[in-house]
Design a protein around this ligand. Structure first.
Ligand code: GAL
Length: 427
């Protein structure tokens, strides 16, 4: 079956013939093929498992939307920091790509409120997406009753990836620490065994990830959620404690942290220089593409103190106002939301499909666990990956955290975090 208005090829025993018509995309589709066009897809998936999973999705697009040509508008850089800058310039110039990647939640709302996205509510109904996506997720895509993007996956952010060989060397074995304090103790043990920089860390956005998971550990899910509504929460003692923990953790990280992105910091763990890194579950996809095996070559556990909580983010694709080829783009979006597209993409990406009708046995043991956790755990949004707050708020926190990496003044960091919360909640 093909999507869009392209005639469907029907297998008739002796070969492929072109000619059958179907009503897809909510459009009566008999008649001549549309001339087609190009669909520029803007993302930041350019390396390792991310690139491979994205290519899988593109392959499905090529078969399902065969009169459309894919154009890769990807901009390199973990978590999309660089991509968002380029995108902002293009949106301001009125020259958007046909579709761009945006995180469900606060980040998406920014684009919606700026009037930059088209409403996809009726397409959702036509494509049956309203029946197969989890309500929590759809709510993070909706503004004023309308839905503006199609989610392809759900990632978990509050995870530690660890090297069992390095842990064994320090006689820690596969012990997973229950709290940040216990984790810090283990890092001291690792240092005493010669692992000088046990916690691998990268540039600004990865530091935001570490800080927000420590906040989650020290505040718990309930009060963590309040951070995004009430600036008063940022003044609390628990936030001060979390900043002190974060400051302590930085002492165990690599000196070049401000100069490297997540693939390099993860490589410090697999290369035996570090024991741990905090990162989302795009790690197994990439390590798998390097021939490493989860369970043997690397292991995972929730960030200490955040067990039972699933800090989520979701990658989604949009239809910008002013997109040159809306029909071709809708074919892309249908692929993004389809069972086949999500299976091909997520199997390699490490995330779980956004759709609820996926067959767990198609996925790795880790992903099957993530599917169970997604339905049972407490769900909280991620700041670093756009689900908790607006991009402006994230940018202010990233600047504060990057400055802290150099200045190391906890009081100043706290003041900046409070100021950011006040500025972005309007209080
Ligand atoms: C996130 C994105 C993930 C992954 C990660 C690292 O923002 O949602 O899919 O790409 O960045 O680049």
């Amino acid at each position: 079956m093909r999507f869009g208005k392209t005639p469907v090829r029907v297998r008739l025993g002796i070969g492929w013939v072109v000619g059958a018509c179907v009503a897809l995309s909510g459009v009566a589709a008999c008649g001549p093929a549309t001339p087609g066009g190009t669909v520029e897809v803007f993302s930041w998936w350019t390396e390792g498992g991310e690139k491979a999973s994205f290519e899988g999705l593109v392959q499905v697009f090529r078969t399902q939307c065969e009169d459309q040509r894919f154009v890769n508008g990807a901009v390199e850089g973990g978590a999309g920091g660089n991509a968002r800058g380029v995108l902002a310039t293009r949106l301001a110039r009125g020259a958007p790509p046909d579709t761009f990647q945006a995180h469900a939640g606060g980040e998406l709302s920014d684009y919606i409120r700026a009037g930059q996205l088209q409403d996809l509510s009726s397409d959702y109904a036509a494509w049956g997406l309203d029946r197969v996506l989890p309500r929590t997720l759809v709510e993070s895509l909706r503004v004023d009753g309308k839905i503006y993007s199609v989610p392809v996956n759900i990632h978990r952010a509050n995870l530690v990836w660890a090297n069992p060989t390095v842990l064994a060397k320090a006689q820690i074995g596969r012990r997973t620490p229950p709290s940040i304090d216990a984790w810090i103790k283990d890092m001291k043990v690792l240092q005493s065994w010669g692992v000088e920089e046990p916690l691998a860390l990268g540039t600004g956005w990865t530091q935001v990830m570490l800080l927000e998971t420590v906040l989650l550990a020290d505040l718990g899910p309930q009060r963590f959620r309040t951070l995004w509504r009430s600036p008063a929460q940022w003044r609390s003692r628990d936030v001060a404690r979390a900043i002190a923990h974060y400051d302590a953790l930085l002492d165990f990280t690599n000196a070049d942290r401000d100069a490297i992105d997540w693939p390099e910091s993860t490589a410090l763990v697999t290369g035996l220089q570090a024991a741990y890194t905090v990162m989302g579950d795009w790690v197994p996809g990439t390590l798998d593409s390097e021939g490493l095996t989860l369970g043997t070559d690397f292991m995972w556990f929730p960030v200490p103190g955040t067990q039972g909580t699933f800090q989520f983010l979701s990658d989604s694709f949009t239809l910008p106002v002013g997109a040159k080829n809306p029909e071709g783009t809708k074919c892309w979006l249908r692929v993004v939301g389809s069972a086949q597209g999500q299976r091909v993409f997520n199997i390699r990406k490490g995330s779980i499909p956004a759709r609820t009708d996926a067959r767990p046995s198609d996925y790795s043991a880790y992903q099957q666990q993530a599917m169970r956790d997604w339905t049972r755990a407490e769900l909280v949004p991620s700041l670093a990956h756009g689900s908790a707050a607006s991009t402006g708020w994230l940018d202010d926190v990233t600047t504060a955290v990057s400055e802290f990496s150099v200045e190391r003044d906890p009081l100043v960091l706290r003041r900046k975090l409070v100021a950011a919360a006040e500025a972005h909640t309007g209080r």
